[in-house]
Design a protein around this ligand. Structure first.
Ligand code: SAM
Length: 408
Protein backbone atom coordinates (compact mmCIF):
# COMPACT_ATOMS: atom_id res chain seq x y z
CA UNK A 1 0.00 0.00 0.00
CA UNK A 2 1.19 3.53 -0.75
CA UNK A 3 2.53 4.98 2.49
CA UNK A 4 0.47 8.12 1.99
CA UNK A 5 -2.73 6.18 1.36
CA UNK A 6 -4.01 6.78 4.88
CA UNK A 7 -3.23 10.50 4.68
CA UNK A 8 -5.50 13.11 3.08
CA UNK A 9 -4.84 13.49 -0.65
CA UNK A 10 -3.52 16.94 -1.68
CA UNK A 11 -5.60 18.93 -4.16
CA UNK A 12 -4.72 18.60 -7.88
CA UNK A 13 -2.84 21.93 -8.16
CA UNK A 14 -0.66 21.03 -5.14
CA UNK A 15 0.06 17.58 -6.61
CA UNK A 16 1.07 19.21 -9.85
CA UNK A 17 3.46 21.61 -8.03
CA UNK A 18 4.88 18.60 -6.18
CA UNK A 19 5.44 16.77 -9.48
CA UNK A 20 7.31 19.81 -10.85
CA UNK A 21 9.52 19.88 -7.76
CA UNK A 22 9.99 16.11 -8.07
CA UNK A 23 11.25 16.55 -11.64
CA UNK A 24 13.64 19.26 -10.46
CA UNK A 25 15.00 16.98 -7.71
CA UNK A 26 15.30 14.08 -10.17
CA UNK A 27 17.40 16.32 -12.42
CA UNK A 28 19.63 17.26 -9.45
CA UNK A 29 20.11 13.53 -8.72
CA UNK A 30 21.05 12.86 -12.36
CA UNK A 31 23.47 15.77 -12.39
CA UNK A 32 25.09 14.44 -9.20
CA UNK A 33 25.72 11.07 -10.88
CA UNK A 34 22.64 9.23 -9.57
CA UNK A 35 22.99 9.76 -5.81
CA UNK A 36 22.26 12.93 -3.80
CA UNK A 37 23.19 13.50 -0.15
CA UNK A 38 20.06 13.67 2.00
CA UNK A 39 20.93 17.23 3.05
CA UNK A 40 20.69 18.35 -0.57
CA UNK A 41 17.39 16.52 -1.04
CA UNK A 42 16.01 18.15 2.12
CA UNK A 43 17.23 21.61 1.04
CA UNK A 44 15.40 21.25 -2.30
CA UNK A 45 12.24 19.74 -0.79
CA UNK A 46 11.97 22.60 1.73
CA UNK A 47 13.52 25.60 0.01
CA UNK A 48 13.66 25.20 -3.81
CA UNK A 49 12.51 28.66 -4.97
CA UNK A 50 8.73 28.81 -5.44
CA UNK A 51 8.27 25.04 -5.04
CA UNK A 52 9.86 23.93 -1.75
CA UNK A 53 7.67 23.40 1.29
CA UNK A 54 8.68 26.69 2.94
CA UNK A 55 9.09 28.69 -0.26
CA UNK A 56 5.91 27.43 -1.96
CA UNK A 57 2.25 27.99 -1.17
CA UNK A 58 1.55 25.25 1.44
CA UNK A 59 -0.54 26.47 4.40
CA UNK A 60 1.98 24.95 6.87
CA UNK A 61 1.00 26.50 10.25
CA UNK A 62 -2.44 25.99 11.79
CA UNK A 63 -4.55 24.25 14.39
CA UNK A 64 -5.75 21.21 12.48
CA UNK A 65 -5.89 19.58 9.06
CA UNK A 66 -9.19 21.28 8.21
CA UNK A 67 -7.38 24.52 7.39
CA UNK A 68 -4.89 22.62 5.20
CA UNK A 69 -2.09 23.08 7.75
CA UNK A 70 0.47 20.51 8.82
CA UNK A 71 1.66 21.50 12.32
CA UNK A 72 1.33 24.07 15.05
CA UNK A 73 4.16 25.94 16.77
CA UNK A 74 4.28 27.61 20.18
CA UNK A 75 3.72 31.20 18.97
CA UNK A 76 0.67 29.99 17.00
CA UNK A 77 -0.64 28.08 19.99
CA UNK A 78 -0.70 30.92 22.50
CA UNK A 79 0.31 34.59 22.81
CA UNK A 80 1.56 33.68 26.30
CA UNK A 81 4.65 32.22 24.64
CA UNK A 82 5.62 35.61 23.17
CA UNK A 83 4.54 37.46 26.32
CA UNK A 84 6.81 35.30 28.46
CA UNK A 85 9.73 35.75 26.07
CA UNK A 86 9.09 39.50 26.26
CA UNK A 87 9.61 39.35 30.02
CA UNK A 88 12.98 37.71 29.48
CA UNK A 89 13.97 40.06 26.66
CA UNK A 90 12.82 43.39 28.18
CA UNK A 91 15.69 43.81 30.69
CA UNK A 92 18.20 42.92 27.97
CA UNK A 93 16.71 45.38 25.46
CA UNK A 94 16.80 48.05 28.20
CA UNK A 95 20.60 47.91 28.38
CA UNK A 96 22.45 50.68 26.53
CA UNK A 97 22.95 49.87 22.86
CA UNK A 98 20.91 46.64 22.89
CA UNK A 99 17.44 47.95 21.91
CA UNK A 100 17.14 45.82 18.77
CA UNK A 101 15.58 42.44 18.11
CA UNK A 102 16.39 40.08 15.26
CA UNK A 103 14.20 37.07 14.52
CA UNK A 104 15.19 34.16 12.30
CA UNK A 105 12.52 32.22 10.40
CA UNK A 106 9.48 34.18 11.53
CA UNK A 107 6.81 31.77 10.14
CA UNK A 108 3.46 33.56 9.94
CA UNK A 109 4.75 36.60 11.88
CA UNK A 110 2.77 35.74 15.02
CA UNK A 111 5.81 35.78 17.31
CA UNK A 112 6.97 39.14 15.89
CA UNK A 113 3.54 40.74 16.32
CA UNK A 114 2.91 39.34 19.81
CA UNK A 115 6.45 40.11 21.02
CA UNK A 116 6.16 43.72 19.85
CA UNK A 117 2.75 44.10 21.53
CA UNK A 118 4.04 42.60 24.78
CA UNK A 119 7.23 44.68 24.76
CA UNK A 120 5.10 47.78 24.20
CA UNK A 121 3.18 46.84 27.37
CA UNK A 122 6.46 46.31 29.21
CA UNK A 123 7.55 49.80 28.10
CA UNK A 124 10.50 48.29 26.28
CA UNK A 125 9.75 48.49 22.57
CA UNK A 126 12.86 47.78 20.49
CA UNK A 127 13.88 50.57 18.13
CA UNK A 128 13.96 48.01 15.33
CA UNK A 129 12.74 44.44 14.80
CA UNK A 130 14.62 42.74 11.98
CA UNK A 131 13.48 39.49 10.38
CA UNK A 132 15.67 37.10 8.39
CA UNK A 133 13.40 34.77 6.43
CA UNK A 134 14.41 32.48 3.56
CA UNK A 135 10.89 32.19 2.17
CA UNK A 136 9.38 35.02 0.10
CA UNK A 137 5.93 33.51 0.61
CA UNK A 138 6.33 33.63 4.40
CA UNK A 139 7.74 37.14 4.29
CA UNK A 140 4.48 38.30 2.64
CA UNK A 141 2.47 36.44 5.30
CA UNK A 142 4.52 38.05 8.07
CA UNK A 143 3.79 41.49 6.62
CA UNK A 144 0.05 40.71 6.55
CA UNK A 145 0.05 39.40 10.14
CA UNK A 146 1.86 42.49 11.44
CA UNK A 147 -0.50 44.80 9.54
CA UNK A 148 -3.46 42.98 11.09
CA UNK A 149 -2.30 42.37 14.68
CA UNK A 150 0.04 45.27 15.38
CA UNK A 151 -0.48 47.90 12.64
CA UNK A 152 0.91 50.76 14.76
CA UNK A 153 4.17 48.83 15.29
CA UNK A 154 4.64 47.35 11.82
CA UNK A 155 6.90 50.22 10.67
CA UNK A 156 9.55 49.07 13.15
CA UNK A 157 9.92 45.76 11.33
CA UNK A 158 12.48 45.37 8.55
CA UNK A 159 13.26 42.26 6.48
CA UNK A 160 16.92 41.59 5.82
CA UNK A 161 18.18 39.73 2.76
CA UNK A 162 21.58 39.04 4.27
CA UNK A 163 22.93 38.90 7.81
CA UNK A 164 24.29 42.20 9.08
CA UNK A 165 28.04 42.10 9.65
CA UNK A 166 27.58 43.12 13.25
CA UNK A 167 24.54 43.03 15.53
CA UNK A 168 24.04 44.24 19.08
CA UNK A 169 20.78 43.28 20.73
CA UNK A 170 18.57 40.22 21.19
CA UNK A 171 18.21 37.39 18.66
CA UNK A 172 15.41 34.81 18.67
CA UNK A 173 14.59 31.78 16.53
CA UNK A 174 11.73 29.39 17.30
CA UNK A 175 11.79 26.04 15.50
CA UNK A 176 14.31 27.30 12.97
CA UNK A 177 17.25 24.97 13.66
CA UNK A 178 15.08 21.85 13.14
CA UNK A 179 14.19 23.08 9.64
CA UNK A 180 17.81 23.06 8.49
CA UNK A 181 19.00 20.25 6.20
CA UNK A 182 20.72 17.27 7.85
CA UNK A 183 22.99 14.51 6.52
CA UNK A 184 21.89 10.95 7.23
CA UNK A 185 24.21 8.11 8.23
CA UNK A 186 23.63 4.43 8.90
CA UNK A 187 25.93 2.09 10.82
CA UNK A 188 25.27 -1.44 9.69
CA UNK A 189 27.28 -4.43 11.01
CA UNK A 190 29.85 -1.98 12.37
CA UNK A 191 30.36 -0.22 9.00
CA UNK A 192 29.33 3.41 8.46
CA UNK A 193 27.41 4.36 5.33
CA UNK A 194 26.01 7.69 4.20
CA UNK A 195 22.32 7.51 3.40
CA UNK A 196 21.39 9.47 0.31
CA UNK A 197 18.63 9.66 -2.27
CA UNK A 198 18.28 7.97 -5.65
CA UNK A 199 15.50 7.94 -8.22
CA UNK A 200 13.17 5.06 -7.45
CA UNK A 201 13.15 4.12 -11.13
CA UNK A 202 16.96 4.01 -11.41
CA UNK A 203 18.05 0.59 -12.60
CA UNK A 204 21.22 0.38 -10.55
CA UNK A 205 21.37 2.54 -7.49
CA UNK A 206 24.69 4.16 -6.69
CA UNK A 207 24.77 2.29 -3.37
CA UNK A 208 22.95 -0.36 -1.35
CA UNK A 209 19.23 0.22 -1.74
CA UNK A 210 18.21 0.88 1.84
CA UNK A 211 14.54 1.01 1.20
CA UNK A 212 12.78 0.20 -2.03
CA UNK A 213 10.37 2.70 -3.42
CA UNK A 214 6.86 2.36 -2.11
CA UNK A 215 4.09 2.84 -4.67
CA UNK A 216 3.92 6.48 -5.73
CA UNK A 217 7.29 7.62 -4.40
CA UNK A 218 9.69 8.85 -7.06
CA UNK A 219 12.70 8.57 -4.74
CA UNK A 220 14.30 5.99 -2.47
CA UNK A 221 17.08 5.88 0.10
CA UNK A 222 20.41 4.47 -0.96
CA UNK A 223 23.42 3.89 1.32
CA UNK A 224 26.98 4.54 0.19
CA UNK A 225 30.14 3.38 1.97
CA UNK A 226 31.82 6.19 3.83
CA UNK A 227 35.61 6.43 4.05
CA UNK A 228 36.55 6.46 7.77
CA UNK A 229 38.25 9.85 7.30
CA UNK A 230 34.94 11.37 6.19
CA UNK A 231 32.96 10.27 9.24
CA UNK A 232 31.62 13.42 10.98
CA UNK A 233 33.08 13.95 14.44
CA UNK A 234 29.75 13.65 16.25
CA UNK A 235 29.48 10.02 15.06
CA UNK A 236 32.94 8.99 16.31
CA UNK A 237 31.67 9.28 19.86
CA UNK A 238 28.69 6.92 19.46
CA UNK A 239 29.37 4.02 21.80
CA UNK A 240 28.94 0.35 20.88
CA UNK A 241 28.64 -1.22 17.44
CA UNK A 242 24.86 -1.62 17.25
CA UNK A 243 23.09 -0.77 13.99
CA UNK A 244 21.93 2.83 13.95
CA UNK A 245 20.52 5.45 11.59
CA UNK A 246 21.13 9.03 12.63
CA UNK A 247 21.74 12.58 11.48
CA UNK A 248 24.46 15.22 11.60
CA UNK A 249 23.79 18.96 11.50
CA UNK A 250 26.58 20.77 9.65
CA UNK A 251 24.16 23.35 8.26
CA UNK A 252 22.67 24.31 11.65
CA UNK A 253 26.15 24.45 13.18
CA UNK A 254 27.43 26.61 10.29
CA UNK A 255 24.41 28.85 10.82
CA UNK A 256 25.25 29.11 14.53
CA UNK A 257 28.82 30.10 13.70
CA UNK A 258 27.50 32.82 11.37
CA UNK A 259 25.21 34.09 14.14
CA UNK A 260 28.15 34.02 16.57
CA UNK A 261 30.35 35.98 14.17
CA UNK A 262 27.58 38.59 13.85
CA UNK A 263 26.56 38.93 17.51
CA UNK A 264 28.97 41.59 18.81
CA UNK A 265 27.05 42.08 22.09
CA UNK A 266 23.78 40.70 23.41
CA UNK A 267 21.99 37.38 23.59
CA UNK A 268 20.63 34.80 21.13
CA UNK A 269 17.79 32.47 22.15
CA UNK A 270 16.95 29.37 20.12
CA UNK A 271 13.93 27.26 21.03
CA UNK A 272 13.42 23.87 19.46
CA UNK A 273 12.92 20.17 20.01
CA UNK A 274 16.09 18.24 20.63
CA UNK A 275 18.61 16.91 23.12
CA UNK A 276 22.19 17.28 24.29
CA UNK A 277 24.59 15.16 22.18
CA UNK A 278 24.83 12.24 24.62
CA UNK A 279 21.06 11.81 24.56
CA UNK A 280 20.82 12.45 20.84
CA UNK A 281 23.22 9.66 19.98
CA UNK A 282 22.11 7.35 22.77
CA UNK A 283 21.73 3.69 21.68
CA UNK A 284 18.02 3.90 22.50
CA UNK A 285 17.55 6.43 19.70
CA UNK A 286 18.97 4.07 17.08
CA UNK A 287 16.35 5.04 14.49
CA UNK A 288 17.33 8.74 14.36
CA UNK A 289 14.95 11.67 14.58
CA UNK A 290 14.03 12.44 10.98
CA UNK A 291 10.30 13.22 10.92
CA UNK A 292 7.78 14.56 8.43
CA UNK A 293 4.58 16.47 9.11
CA UNK A 294 1.64 16.40 6.77
CA UNK A 295 -1.84 17.55 7.81
CA UNK A 296 -0.98 17.08 11.50
CA UNK A 297 0.18 13.50 10.95
CA UNK A 298 3.80 12.78 11.88
CA UNK A 299 5.38 10.04 9.75
CA UNK A 300 8.90 9.02 8.66
CA UNK A 301 8.68 9.11 4.81
CA UNK A 302 10.53 12.16 3.40
CA UNK A 303 9.68 11.17 -0.17
CA UNK A 304 5.94 11.56 0.17
CA UNK A 305 4.66 14.60 -1.76
CA UNK A 306 7.94 16.56 -2.03
CA UNK A 307 7.24 20.23 -1.32
CA UNK A 308 3.88 19.55 0.34
CA UNK A 309 5.10 18.30 3.71
CA UNK A 310 7.53 19.47 6.36
CA UNK A 311 10.74 17.49 6.92
CA UNK A 312 12.61 18.01 10.19
CA UNK A 313 15.21 16.53 12.49
CA UNK A 314 15.67 17.17 16.19
CA UNK A 315 18.43 19.54 17.23
CA UNK A 316 21.70 18.34 18.75
CA UNK A 317 22.10 21.19 21.24
CA UNK A 318 25.67 20.16 22.11
CA UNK A 319 26.64 20.76 18.47
CA UNK A 320 24.93 24.17 18.60
CA UNK A 321 26.67 25.07 21.88
CA UNK A 322 30.08 24.02 20.56
CA UNK A 323 29.62 25.93 17.30
CA UNK A 324 28.63 29.02 19.32
CA UNK A 325 31.62 28.57 21.64
CA UNK A 326 33.92 28.39 18.57
CA UNK A 327 32.96 32.01 17.90
CA UNK A 328 33.52 33.07 21.50
CA UNK A 329 29.88 33.08 22.63
CA UNK A 330 29.03 31.96 26.16
CA UNK A 331 26.31 29.40 26.86
CA UNK A 332 24.24 31.44 29.33
CA UNK A 333 21.59 28.76 29.82
CA UNK A 334 19.98 25.58 28.53
CA UNK A 335 16.66 24.40 29.92
CA UNK A 336 13.48 22.62 28.98
CA UNK A 337 10.82 24.92 27.52
CA UNK A 338 8.62 24.28 30.57
CA UNK A 339 11.35 25.31 33.03
CA UNK A 340 12.35 28.32 30.98
CA UNK A 341 8.79 29.63 30.61
CA UNK A 342 7.99 29.03 34.28
CA UNK A 343 11.20 30.70 35.42
CA UNK A 344 10.45 33.65 33.15
CA UNK A 345 6.99 34.06 34.68
CA UNK A 346 4.39 32.42 32.40
CA UNK A 347 2.19 31.40 35.34
CA UNK A 348 2.16 34.96 36.75
CA UNK A 349 0.99 36.19 33.36
CA UNK A 350 -1.75 33.57 33.24
CA UNK A 351 -2.84 34.34 36.81
CA UNK A 352 -3.31 37.97 35.85
CA UNK A 353 -6.37 36.78 33.89
CA UNK A 354 -9.63 36.50 35.82
CA UNK A 355 -10.22 32.74 36.40
CA UNK A 356 -13.95 33.47 36.68
CA UNK A 357 -13.95 34.72 33.11
CA UNK A 358 -14.04 31.15 31.87
CA UNK A 359 -14.53 32.27 28.27
CA UNK A 360 -10.98 33.66 28.07
CA UNK A 361 -9.28 31.95 31.02
CA UNK A 362 -9.94 28.31 30.10
CA UNK A 363 -8.60 28.40 26.51
CA UNK A 364 -5.58 30.40 27.68
CA UNK A 365 -4.87 27.94 30.51
CA UNK A 366 -5.32 25.03 28.15
CA UNK A 367 -2.79 26.41 25.64
CA UNK A 368 -0.28 27.24 28.39
CA UNK A 369 -0.68 23.68 29.65
CA UNK A 370 0.36 22.41 26.18
CA UNK A 371 3.46 24.64 26.25
CA UNK A 372 4.41 23.31 29.70
CA UNK A 373 3.22 19.71 29.84
CA UNK A 374 5.91 17.02 29.76
CA UNK A 375 3.67 14.95 27.52
CA UNK A 376 3.39 17.79 24.98
CA UNK A 377 5.99 20.53 24.38
CA UNK A 378 7.35 21.16 27.88
CA UNK A 379 10.17 18.63 28.03
CA UNK A 380 11.06 17.77 24.42
CA UNK A 381 11.47 21.45 23.53
CA UNK A 382 14.51 23.22 24.93
CA UNK A 383 15.72 26.80 25.11
CA UNK A 384 19.39 27.66 24.67
CA UNK A 385 20.77 31.15 25.26
CA UNK A 386 24.13 32.27 23.91
CA UNK A 387 25.59 35.60 24.93
CA UNK A 388 28.50 37.93 24.40
CA UNK A 389 29.55 40.95 26.44
CA UNK A 390 26.88 40.58 29.14
CA UNK A 391 29.25 39.42 31.86
CA UNK A 392 28.06 42.08 34.28
CA UNK A 393 24.40 41.21 33.68
CA UNK A 394 22.18 39.53 36.20
CA UNK A 395 21.71 35.83 35.32
CA UNK A 396 18.96 35.34 32.76
CA UNK A 397 15.68 34.77 34.61
CA UNK A 398 14.62 31.91 32.32
CA UNK A 399 17.48 29.74 33.60
CA UNK A 400 17.30 30.69 37.29
CA UNK A 401 16.29 27.12 38.20
CA UNK A 402 16.98 23.79 36.46
CA UNK A 403 19.63 25.09 34.06
CA UNK A 404 21.05 22.06 32.24
CA UNK A 405 24.03 23.72 30.51
CA UNK A 406 26.29 21.13 32.14
CA UNK A 407 24.67 18.42 29.98
CA UNK A 408 25.83 20.02 26.71
C1 SAM B 1 9.12 25.34 11.46
S1 SAM B 1 9.14 26.96 10.80
C2 SAM B 1 9.00 27.92 12.29
C3 SAM B 1 8.37 29.27 12.04
C4 SAM B 1 8.15 30.16 13.26
N1 SAM B 1 9.39 30.52 13.90
C5 SAM B 1 7.20 29.53 14.26
O1 SAM B 1 7.66 29.18 15.33
O2 SAM B 1 6.02 29.39 13.96
C6 SAM B 1 10.80 27.16 10.28
C7 SAM B 1 11.13 28.55 9.73
O3 SAM B 1 12.56 28.69 9.62
C8 SAM B 1 12.86 29.35 8.40
N2 SAM B 1 14.29 29.11 8.13
C9 SAM B 1 14.92 27.94 7.92
N3 SAM B 1 16.23 28.12 7.75
C10 SAM B 1 16.45 29.45 7.92
C11 SAM B 1 17.63 30.28 7.87
N4 SAM B 1 18.83 29.77 7.61
N5 SAM B 1 17.48 31.60 8.08
C12 SAM B 1 16.26 32.12 8.32
N6 SAM B 1 15.13 31.40 8.35
C13 SAM B 1 15.22 30.08 8.15
C14 SAM B 1 11.81 28.77 7.46
O4 SAM B 1 11.69 29.47 6.28
C15 SAM B 1 10.57 28.86 8.37
O5 SAM B 1 10.03 30.15 8.40
Amino acid sequence: MHKGASLPLPPADALSASATLGAHIAQAIDEAGGWLGFDRYMALALYAPGLGYYSGGAAKFGRDARDGSDFITAPELSPFFARTLARQFAPLLARPGLAQLLEFGAGTGRLAADLLLALEQEGQLPARYAIVELSGELRARQQATLAERAPHLAARVAWLDTLPERFEGVIVGNEVLDAMPVRLFARSHGRWLERGVVRADAEDGAGDRAETAQGGNAFAFSDRPLPADDLPEALHAIPGDHDIVTETHAEAEGFMRAVGAMLARGAAFFIDYGFPGAEYYHPQRAGGTLMCHYRHHAHPDPFLYPGLQDITAHVNFSGIAHAAADTGLTVAGFASQARFLMNAGITDLLMALDPNDTHSFLPAANAVQKLLSEAEMGELFKVIALTRGLDDALPLAGFARADRSHAL
